[in-house]
Design a protein around this ligand. Structure first.
Ligand SMILES: Nc1ncnc2c1ncn2[C@@H]1O[C@H](COP(=O)(O)OP(=O)(O)O)[C@@H](O)[C@H]1O
Ligand SMILES: CSC[C@H]1O[C@H](OP(=O)(O)O)[C@H](O)[C@@H]1O
Length: 399
């Protein structure tokens, strides 16, 4: 098999037998396609005991959630594999292991994380994984530091920036985060009941200027090799463990984009809590999300600063005092990007289950409006929110 073809379940099993790296691959007998993301095929490969042992993920030549009318580069599979491999090299404890990548079939064979749960599903079920925020902060500090100018030789950095050029996937982000919500577009998707909130957003010229600045930063700040789409649906958790998957949007961009996506998704869960849970559980979930965000940011800054101190190599960047200035700028970007994630997940093409699965219609609409409102306030008030604690106070004042 050399020419690209979309796998059937049988072909996925045959492929896994050849490339799983298992001691006895003959025990692999059955595959199930379980992809629930927006883009690709994902097969779980089961053994004779009906235990899922390995994952085979294949890129489709189009956007899965839209169909063949939206063609999309197969090269995203290479970018996903190479980003995960690069991140695994520096942070194996929190990155899924890639076992094999096939540049002809655009297939990744990877470690099966079925003993974990997708973080978003856990959050919607009201579960709290107390270690997850700290581990996510460690992952982000580590992978972003080791791909930054603080650590890499400038020649190597530029080589990597070229290797991880990802124009088609970046274009999706550029459109969905920074364009669509702020204009009429057929990709947008929201109920008529929230039209007023949507219009208020589009009439806000200060907001549009701030969003333009964020888009410019996304276009032109190759600070580090980002995951590029790190929401709670790209993160597996179980007690004591966190593993990141799904890095096909990986490219060299502004660090605050990854931090903002992660924090934005915790805030989306915060905005949905009153629709998802009874009153006392909602209060507890909201406090936990704010605690998660504080922990994520403080872990990130502490770990990043320690890495600069002990492993930083650029003389000028490692001068006393610069890292705190750098992190202040990253925090400002983080808040802005978190705001754009809140907005695009409430009214754009791609929504989140934290809001969309709220069964009571009025509660669902109120949650969507909360997310839009909070997104706008974050984008417009980055200067007054100085750290995780002050973000919590700001969010509590909003709702
Ligand atoms: N390594 C893995 N182990 C177990 N399940 C996985 C693994 N990778 C993906 N999945 C499952 O497949 C789903 C879709 O995978 P994802 O990488 O998010 O696809 P997409 O690129 O289409 O967004 C995940 O939500 C998860 O349920
Ligand atoms: C047209 S892709 C929309 C959306 O899907 C991606 O998410 P995922 O692959 O994790 O489901 C990404 O967030 C894109 O913005």
């Amino acid at each position: 098999m050399s020419q690209y073809q979309t796998f059937t379940a049988e072909q996925a099993v045959a492929y896994a037998k050849e490339h799983s790296g298992l001691v006895d691959p003959s025990e692999l007998v059955r595959a199930e396609e379980i992809g629930d993301g927006n883009l690709n095929l994902v097969f779980k490969i089961y053994d004779t005991q009906n235990v899922s042992r390995i994952i085979v993920k294949q890129a489709l030549p189009y956007v899965r959630c839209v169909g063949e009318s939206w063609p999309l580069t197969l090269d995203r599979a290479r970018l996903e594999a190479q980003t995960l491999i690069e991140h695994y090299q520096h942070c194996p404890e929190h990155t899924v292991k890639v076992i094999h990548y096939d540049p002809e079939q655009y297939v990744i064979v990877m470690e099966d994380l079925s003993d974990h749960q997708i973080w978003r599903s856990g959050l919607i079920a009201g579960l709290h994984y107390p270690q997850a925020a700290q581990q996510l902060g460690e992952y982000l500090a580590t992978v972003l530091f080791y791909s930054s100018d603080f650590y890499l030789h400038p020649h190597r950095k530029k080589e990597l920036v070229a290797q991880f050029m990802n124009p088609q996937m970046c274009e999706i982000t550029e459109d969905l985060f920074f364009n669509d919500p702020y204009m009429e577009h057929e990709r947008n998707n929201y109920p008529a009941a929230i039209e007023k909130a949507v219009h208020a957003l589009r009439d806000n010229s200060d907001l549009k200027v701030a969003v333009a600045e964020l888009k410019q930063r996304f276009f032109s700040s190759p600070q580090a090799l980002l995951h590029g789409d790190i929401h709670s649906g790209s993160i597996f958790v179980k007690s004591g463990s966190l593993k990141v998957i799904d890095a096909e949007f990986g490219f060299f961009g502004p660090m605050g984009f990854d931090l903002g996506c992660a924090i934005g998704n915790l805030l989306l869960n915060y905005c949905g809590a009153e629709g998802l849970f009874d009153k006392p559980t909602a209060q507890q979930a909201k406090a936990q999300r704010l605690g998660d965000i504080e922990t994520l940011w403080s872990t990130f800054t502490e770990r990043f600063s320690v890495l600069v101190k002990h492993h930083g190599s650029d003389q000028a960047l490692c001068v006393d005092g610069y890292v705190s200035l750098f992190l202040r700028n990253i925090w400002r970007d983080t808040l802005g990007f978190a705001g754009t994630e809140l907005i695009r997940r409430s009214m754009g093409l791609s929504h989140v289950a934290d809001l969309d699965t709220i069964s009571d219609e009025a509660q669902r609409h109120a949650s969507l409006c909360r997310a839009i409102h909070l997104g706008r306030e974050l984008i417009l008030h980055t200067d007054v929110i100085t750290d995780g604690d002050s973000l919590s106070a700001f969010v509590r004042r909003a709702f």
